[in-house]
Write a protein that binds this ligand. Structure first.
Ligand code: FE2
Length: 284
């Protein structure tokens, strides 16, 4: 049996506003201290009040990393300056590799009801930061769901799940950072254990209920950053738990970030700003 990872530190999400005033909880990405290499940011949006989300995210740039938007509930339209267009619907995922740059908008396609989901930013290695932008738009039906018993379940967005001797590959693979992205639902008082590659950084983000890892409790909105080696074992609280489990290979490269530009050096950031201002952003 492999050793188990403990919680090395907790990053508590803070209320934030982004885009044209979308209210959200920011977990990773509150500042340089709140990154888990290669994960740069995790935003959690959840509201039934249209005032919190209807203004959306009008056109804005990205360069140098990947954005992963996972919709639990709701409908957003994504459009970029290269003519790409996609719908994000309940249970679906958009995996966008911004690479050398895109300018895009992410706008709610509903004026009432609940909008709930996550946006995760994953860094790219230096050698891939200037590659052309690309997208994977995944419908809910393309994301495999694994039964865990007792009413528990696991959605595999990236990487592969290994449950009861069966391997389930998610739709996203073959990336330099080898990300694992699971959405797990546990009934009250259940346990879930999963292997993780030694040296890959990992964290758990509960968004409903509560859980404990090696005896340390985590409430909703508390990201538990795990120690570096061994499996992860999660025990759900008396109300059960829903949580994201994220792991990836660290890049161990310098990070120079200016808002939506994430490069390795200050000079590369200045170049990104010049390219954006001159209108040549994202072109070869
Ligand atoms: Fe964006």
């Amino acid at each position: 049996m492999s050793p188990r990872r403990a919680i090395a530190r907790v990053i508590r999400a803070v209320p934030a506003s982004d885009g044209a005033g979308v209210k959200l909880m920011r977990s990773l990405g509150q500042g340089p201290h709140a990154r888990v290499d290669p994960f740069l940011m995790l935003d959690h949006f959840s509201s039934e009040n249209p005032d919190d989300y209807v203004a959306g995210f009008p056109p804005h740039p990205h360069r140098g990393f990947e954005t992963v938007t996972y919709m639990l509930e709701g409908h957003m339209l994504h459009e970029d300056h290269l003519g790409n267009r996609g719908h994000l619907r309940s249970g679906g995922v958009q995996w966008m590799t911004a690479g050398r740059g895109i300018v895009h908008s992410e706008m709610p396609q509903q004026e009432s009801g609940r909008m709930r989901g996550f946006q995760l930013w994953i860094n790219l290695p230096a050698r891939e930061k200037m590659k052309p932008a690309s997208y994977r738009d995944l419908d809910a039906s393309e994301i495999p769901e694994v039964e865990l018993g007792g009413g528990g379940s696991l959605r595999v967005i990236a990487g592969a799940a290994e449950v009861a001797g069966a391997r389930t590959q998610g739709p996203i693979g073959g990336l330099a950072t080898e990300p694992l992205y699971f959405d797990v639902r546990l009934p009250p008082g259940a346990t879930f254990a999963h292997p993780l590659p030694d040296g890959h950084n990992a964290f758990v983000y509960p968004y409903e209920g509560s859980l404990a890892i090696e005896g340390r409790a985590l409430s909703a909105h508390d990201a538990g950053v795990l120690t570096a080696a061994g499996d992860v074992a999660v025990e759900s609280g008396s109300d059960g738990a829903r949580f994201l489990l994220l792991a990836a290979k660290p890049l161990n490269e310098p990070v120079a970030q200016y808002g939506p530009f994430v490069m390795n050096t200050r000079e590369e950031i200045e170049q990104a700003i010049r390219d954006y201002q001159s209108g040549t952003f994202g072109r070869a």
